[in-house]
Design a protein. Structure first.
Lengths: 674, 674
């Protein structure tokens, strides 16, 4: 008897474990416990809200209903939700104790309990309840005839309070609809901070009523009106997202200085600035010794600050290379007169002048890690971004800041514009593993933020650079630090990628637009196959020196259709590893079917190119891959001896920079076979 | 010698004729003459503007450059264009005599001459020049390696001055980005009037600062701020498009009356109105005897009129069924006291009170044809819309208006929400063929307007209801009335449909989103094949009585992925006709390959449905079609006798309304084979 009870118990646990593994939740909740049974959806399904939530929950529940309805086609009867206690008998009951306030350290926890005939979401605030609704949507399953939720108990809350995404709307302007759909996607991944990089060398993107010339002369007509900003901030708030604006100074100032050269650091006022048309670091810097500089900035802050209710204001502060300061004798004189030792200290002098301007509007200053010096106010938030690329230890500034008494946020390791593998981002934890930090120091590490710089993104391809990868970063910032299984992450990310389309993200559909453009509206299948094994050049190699692409160049080419984490490359590598471990016929077939696909693909691409010049740049690579594939087929299937040296040479040719600006993501897997 | 010259001449003409037929121009220009040679594009290609254009041409040329660059991947060097005479040596020279004014009867003509080393666009106004740029883009061709324009001379101007598209943003709200991308598409088809239906029973969609409750209580949060309206009007103006707002009164007023019931016609003020949640005609009507009605309307006009620079203001005026007026004794008393014979005359009384309110803002009143009565001001524009569906002669009001001294615009025959074949729209000419009209009467026929009512469209599927079909209407309104070849139109429309994607229209990409949702992110090919032979139910049958779909129901189902003019149905019908004419093996193969495709499709759909409940509603139809296909294969290939009666019964079953809300578009073609 005892024995059988134990067996039953073991069976129960393992069955639940297996089911748990099949769930497509992201970010993974802190605690989840599958119980028995399912809750089946039907047209009468209704939601009722009790307690004292902020109004954003009504909007959130209305949106939830429409998403549920769109996915199930059930014609749910319940219309827009506008108040509490509408349907006391509703199957889904949501209770919130009090209105949430969007910002740091607010209670975002929730409990979700699904039983066979009812669902309960309980949260301290509406912010937690909104997260619970997202988890509920992710739990939905079907049996081919109907849709249901598995019975489950979830208790959940975030590990970090700052789970951010930065979008650079300066290099390439990103219109309101792009921002909104990305906010929706963020909310679905339980992210809560949108950092909006609003100005840079290449454009001034925010209306300043007292200085209309900023947008008239330095935006090419592409900017946000203050009404649009307010509209987006409200939209974000309804999703539980805080918006932190960035006005990047004193460097990255070409656009600003093209309008007001008199506050620039160039030696002579007659030396002009112009809006940047290339990427890279410009020398332009505001003159920190000129009172007019502070007058203008103060006027700008007076307009910008009231648009954003958040407590934080990002002043950039990065990559001021000091060249203009060094070349200007007046600035040098100022330094020696005021005993300012270095340009770095001069920048701190500049930054400290900003603190009261922001404090006037109840804002704390935040800046990229270069603002961190001995004299910097302890109220500032340090945004750690540099690492190996800049010859520094990865995220070193984060630890330095935390130990130095500053609150800090990590972006090093989350630069998604570098187009590196998602694995690295996923395993990059804001909390350092090998450094001992006190409780207070740990508490100063607020979280992390994915950084989407926009040198090579337009509204057409930006979503495919942000998503689905940022969902993995969202999980890092929300979930327990023990959730690090890469296979599980990849499996779930694939499903999440699809579901992101539901909230309006265009990463899948816009890829197809680019493919149709390249093929001149012929069949896109072969080209799509090729994109699934190619990745855009990484680490800014695609536009090295900013020479090839102007900021007004199109981004409608093969490299724009490709993404990081090429999907077939991932599958091919798994197949190769399995085959090398065990050369069974089954494992062989999986590998060789890839070769057949790439041979056919090359033939198709050649045929398509007769009526599509944009295919030409990819043909050398696909030809080469086709030859290699044919040889490997002979070697594997016919056991023929092939000229390995020649094959290796062919393979190495694929690593040479090509005119398609991509790299072959299956290179190392092929290498294993040779 | 004489003989050979003649031969040469004949050859020259027919070669040019053949080449002309291969051009994918739409709307077809008034005069086009292909000459010898080509102009090849390269990176140095530049544009220069001379003369005295409106600034919109600079923006237009900048956009043109980016589209050209996106399509060719040439990395064109020329950045944003901001002034005249920038590059006197530029290959493309554009000259405009004077700034164009967006509005009726402005000069929109242009001449485009392409030679082997230069291109000239000459126009009186920038509006004409913008049209010339669109023609130039449509002329682009490639030889597999490079892109070029054929040498050509085009002189072109529109046949009608009103070439409009109406979008109903009331039933389903259409956000700013939806409107903008449709304006871009309109401009690419040389259309020049956007008629914006802003309010209806189901929603009040425009901010009124003096009456904020209108949007607070009657928009579900979905409306345009006045800033957004101004932004769109400016955007349209830059494209050469006039925006005509519509505030639909005195009927279609449920949303307005839900906020201000005191000006409604219900017998008692305590009888409430509510925002409409279904489609169909509501009884709600303003009270024309109540002075408060006019006070409110006047206040609304005072805010709305200044937002729109156009000379015209649409007051709706349609479908007031008079039920509330009849039931209200006060209104009946008013009629007899003022000797107003009918409700129709009472509505004219109401309309005439609006004329001075609009005149105050220099606006002429426009309204749906119901406003046409003996006492109506001759300044009004009559918008003809009724026809056979309403038991009237098609477009009868147009003739009546023109003869009666009114300017008039045709929408009867252009109701694209009916989801009828494009052929009918294309052949529907605003100028009546069989009725003798004087020159003055003809001049009063301003043109036509496609009408996109939004009971069953959301931002996800609206583009596929408007495009590409509206391009055929645009051609009817621009081109010569002799351009009526349906085969040519269909061939060109296919190419135009692709090119519309370049300006941002989402008809292709959003279809795929719907397919992915239905298949639960499995392979969409089979389902896509099925959409290509199905069409959504026509003539409002899909939502008969407005019972099935609420205004908040999702539009993510099979019928939403289907469109009018199902593409394979068109091809299949051609194949069947050819086969019946000549049962050659080649013709047989074309027909039978369809059957094989549909048999495979059905098998795939069954497999997909195991993990996609939304596939279930289409399975009965696809099963049925699969059985018919198998039988016809046997009959055609094996010459077997099949049970024709049973087959016919199966076929007729396909005409019964199904739960997928579509009809099989190959029904009549299959019928021919049986």
């Amino acid at each position: 008897m005892k024995y059988s009870i134990i067996l039953l118990f073991v069976f129960f646990v393992s069955s639940a474990q297996i089911k748990k593994k099949q769930l497509n939740l992201m970010p993974w909740p802190q605690n989840i416990n599958l119980t028995d049974g399912t809750f089946t959806l039907n047209q009468k399904f209704k939601v009722n809200i009790t307690g004292n939530p902020n109004d954003r929950l009504f909007k959130g529940v209305s949106k939830f209903l429409r998403r549920l309805d769109g996915r199930t086609g059930l014609f749910l009867e319940q219309p827009f939700v506008t108040k509490t206690n509408e349907y006391s008998e509703a199957e889904l009951q949501i209770n919130c104790a009090r209105p949430g306030k969007v910002g740091l350290n607010e209670d975002e926890s929730y409990t979700l309990i699904i039983e066979t005939n009812k669902i309960n979401i309980t949260a301290t605030t509406d912010l937690g309840a909104l997260h619970g609704l997202e988890t509920l949507l992710q739990l939905m399953q079907n049996n081919g005839r109907s849709f249901y939720f598995p019975a489950v108990e979830v208790t959940d809350s975030p590990r970090f309070t700052w789970r951010g995404l930065m979008i650079d709307a300066a290099r390439h302007f990103q219109p309101v609809d792009v921002i909104k759909r990305n906010l929706d996607a963020m909310a679905s991944m339980k992210m809560n901070v949108f950092h909006w990089h609003l100005v840079d060398d290449q454009g001034w993107r925010i209306e300043i009523k007292k200085h209309p010339k900023l947008t008239e002369l330095a935006s090419d007509g592409d900017y946000y009106t203050q009404e649009e900003i307010k509209n987006i901030v409200k939209y974000a708030d309804e999703l539980g997202i805080m918006v932190v604006p960035e006005i990047d100074i004193p460097g990255h100032a070409s656009a600003l200085l093209s309008v007001y050269p008199e506050i620039g650091s160039k030696k002579s006022e007659s030396m002009l600035y112009s809006v940047g048309r290339r990427s890279g670091i410009y020398d332009s810097a505001l003159d920190p010794t000129n009172p007019k500089t502070y007058k203008l900035l103060s006027e700008i802050f007076d307009e910008v600050c009231p648009l954003f209710p958040s407590d934080y204001f990002h002043i950039g502060g990065d990559e001021n290379n000091g060249k203009e300061w060094n070349a200007n004798p007046v600035i040098q004189e100022f330094k020696s007169k005021n005993k300012i030792a270095s340009n770095h200290d001069l920048q701190t002098y500049f930054n400290m002048k900003l603190v009261p301007m922001l404090k006037k509007h109840n804002k704390q200053l935040m800046g990229w890690e270069e603002i961190l010096t001995n004299d910097m106010s302890k109220e500032a938030i340090i945004h750690a971004w540099r690492g190996v690329n800049e010859g520094l230890s990865p995220g070193g500034a984060l630890v330095k800041a935390a130990k130095g008494g500053y609150k800090t946020v990590l972006s090093n390791g989350y630069y998604i514009d570098l187009l590196l593998s998602v694995d690295g981002h996923y395993l990059n934890d804001p909390m350092p593993k090998n450094i001992v930090l006190s409780k207070e120091e740990k508490d100063r590490i607020l979280g992390g933020e994915a950084a989407m710089w926009s040198e090579l993104v337009t509204p057409l391809n930006i979503d495919s650079r942000i998503w689905p990868r940022t969902a993995a970063i969202a999980e890092r910032l929300w979930s327990n630090d023990t959730i690090i299984d890469l296979n599980s992450m990849h499996r779930r990310l694939k499903v999440i990628s699809s579901r992101l389309e539901e909230v309006g993200v265009m990463h899948i559909r816009n890829k197809e637009v680019i493919l149709r453009n390249i093929t001149n509206y012929q069949d896109t299948r072969a080209l799509n196959d090729f994109t699934n094994i190619c990745e855009p050049l990484k680490n800014y190699k695609r536009n090295g020196g900013g020479k090839k692409y102007f900021m007004y160049s199109p981004l409608t080419l093969f490299a724009d259709a490709c993404t990081a984490d090429a999907s077939d490359a991932y599958d091919f590598d798994k197949a190769v590893n399995q085959y090398l471990e065990n050369k069974s016929p089954e494992n062989q077939i999986v590998v060789t079917s890839f070769f057949r696909k790439w041979i056919a693909m090359n033939n198709d691409l050649i045929a398509l190119s007769a009526n599509a010049p944009l295919i030409q740049p990819v043909l050398p690579m696909s030809n080469n891959l086709s030859v290699i594939s044919k040889q490997l087929l002979l070697a594997i299937e016919e056991k023929q001896n092939v000229d390995k040296k020649a094959l290796n040479e062919l393979l190495e040719q694929l690593t040479i920079r090509n005119s398609a600006d991509v790299e072959l993501a299956i290179y190392s897997s092929l290498k294993k076979l040779l």
